[in-house]
Design a protein around this ligand. Structure first.
Ligand SMILES: Cc1cc2nc3c(=O)[nH]c(=O)nc-3n(C[C@H](O)[C@H](O)[C@H](O)COP(=O)(O)OP(=O)(O)OC[C@H]3O[C@@H](n4cnc5c(N)ncnc54)[C@H](O)[C@@H]3O)c2cc1C
Length: 471
């Protein structure tokens, strides 16, 4: 129980908004992307800046409260909200400052990637961000950051130049290659384990129009289509980041009647180089007899980042499974296609990504805390449904597909795509042999594990005794 006098006292030192369950805005403020997460914090501290974050963390420590940190609340595991504790909510921290000369952008912790690329576009600059516009800069960057420029410019975290961080003891520090280097290494992959990042400075990149879009084919030819995409990926230059997706076309009256609700395979993405080179490269994807739709066209990068938004609306029940693959074999493709034919929900999307042989895996392995770049192919099954009574059926289908893929799974996973029920296995897959170093840095910056609502790295050397990296 937090007393109202304690809250009043905090209010006198707090610039932002404090919300308790009786507040009319409380329900909207506790909601996250995944409707399956329904938690009721004792207090939501919607911060106006770094000083508010310091005040909120000091209050949480004094009151012995569980702490959740919210960038924009997109993590499907629901780490951005807790029961009973305190949410350090950054959603009102929306500052973005572009420096066109230095080609950098300073971004506060509550921004989405769409907002950042909208601010960069007038300067013909872009930041890699994610594959959709709505995800949070914070969580996405701290775990990795796969987006449409990943093969050209690496992960979002590879483009991070510095960060302002509020540590567990409330102290505000900078982290960069020259300042608090260990912390800078750890936050580039180690997620929210080390502190609350209140702002980031990213390298942005000059970028004119990109060639972006998707070609849809009926799901009946999915096996052939995905093999064709894999062939193209074999020799693709860094400028090209394309994916393969299995999904149902939205059952929306504004769509073409022949496609509404139909199962399809989509091949597409972004070519961020000379348009004529992109046209030539992508011809095998676009000029196939089975195609139903081809949306490829030149567009600004901020528009390209929005083109897949329709596939992942907020407010559905979500359960995700993901892993890197040792290789994308014919047999693995057949497993995806066979299981998709039996998917219980038309809102579920299977995404296949190819990041390898590009700027992404030319970053030295030890340069950041990001788990492993050894595996070129990655997948994420984003199961989503609208009726909570269908949860068991959808979760069980997702687990079944994942089990069928076991022979092809690499010993590595992307931490931001984990669903939250993987436990130690997920942590080991995400960080591998980097876990011990991360645990040592965690022990230094957050020995009491205040930041534990995340893919939690237990601090080594807790209270003078050796802890294992897994707690
Ligand atoms: C629809 C959808 C599409 C996605 N697409 C992509 C994609 O294209 N590429 C990709 O790489 N990932 C993608 N993701 C995964 C995404 O990277 C994670 O969900 C990420 O956590 C979202 O960031 P957020 O700030 O919204 O996280 P939140 O849910 O707000 O926070 C998640 C956790 O991140 C940590 N955190 C958040 N902000 C801070 C901060 N400022 N300081 C310290 N810790 C913090 C905390 O531990 C927090 O609990 C997608 C997710 C969704 C739901």
């Amino acid at each position: 129980m937090i007393t109202s006098s304690a809250i009043e006292d905090l209010k006198s030192r707090f610039q932002g908004k404090l919300m308790v369950p009786a507040d009319p805005q409380y329900d909207a403020a506790r909601r996250v992307f995944n409707a399956a997460i329904d938690r009721r914090p004792a207090l939501i501290a919607q911060c106006a800046g770094a000083d508010d974050v310091t005040q909120a963390l000091n209050f949480a420590r004094e009151q012995n409260l569980l702490v959740a940190v919210r960038g924009t609340g997109h993590n499907v595991a629901g780490f951005a909200v807790c029961d009973e504790g305190l949410v350090v909510d950054l959603t009102a921290m929306k500052g973005i400052e572009v420096d066109p000369q230095a080609r950098t952008v300073r971004v506060e912790g509550g921004c989405t990637w769409g907002e950042v690329n909208d601010a960069l576009q007038p300067f013909a600059l872009a930041a890699t961000g994610g594959f959709v516009s709505v995800t949070g800069v914070s969580g996405l960057t701290l775990g990795g950051g796969l987006g449409w420029l990943v093969r050209k410019h690496g992960l979002a975290l590879d483009n991070l130049l510095s960060a302002e961080v509020v540590l567990a003891d409330g102290q505000q520090v900078m982290a960069s290659a020259d300042e608090n280097e260990e912390l800078f290494w750890a936050i580039r992959g180690g997620g929210g384990n080390f502190g609350v990042v209140t702002s980031f400075i990213f390298q942005a990149h000059p970028l004119g129009a990109v060639l972006a879009g998707i070609v849809l084919h009926p799901a009946a030819v999915a096996s052939d289509a995905i093999r064709r995409w894999r062939e193209l990926e074999g020799g693709a230059p860094d400028e090209s980041t394309q994916g393969a997706l299995l999904f149902h076309f939205p059952d929306d009256p504004s769509g073409p009647p022949s496609l509404r609700g139909a199962p399809v395979v989509g091949l597409g993405g972004v070519y961020a180089g000379a348009l004529k080179d992109g046209e030539k490269l992508l011809r095998p994807l676009r000029e196939h007899e089975s195609k139903l739709v081809d949306t490829f066209q030149p567009m600004p990068y901020n528009a390209a980042q929005r083109m897949a938004d329709f596939l992942w609306p907020a407010g559905l029940y979500n359960y995700w499974k993901s892993s890197f693959l040792t290789t994308l074999s014919d047999a693995a493709i057949d497993v995806f296609v066979d299981w998709f034919a039996r998917v219980p929900s038309k809102r579920t999307v299977i995404v296949l990504e190819h990041n390898g042989d590009s700027a992404w895996d030319r970053v030295p392995d030890g340069a950041t805390a990001f788990g492993s770049r050894a595996w070129p192919y990655n997948f994420v099954v984003t199961s989503a449904w609208s009726n909570p009574q269908e949860s068991e059926q959808n979760i069980s289908w997702t687990r079944g597909l994942f089990a069928a893929l076991r022979p092809y799974l690499a010993p590595g996973a992307y931490v931001n795509y984990l669903g939250g029920d993987e436990g130690v296995e997920g942590l080991e897959a995400a960080y591998g042999r980097k876990l011990a170093r991360l645990a040592a840095i965690k022990g230094k910056f957050d020995p009491a594990n205040l930041f534990r609502l995340n893919q939690n790295i237990a601090p080594a050397l807790v209270q003078g005794r050796e802890a294992t990296a897994l707690g």
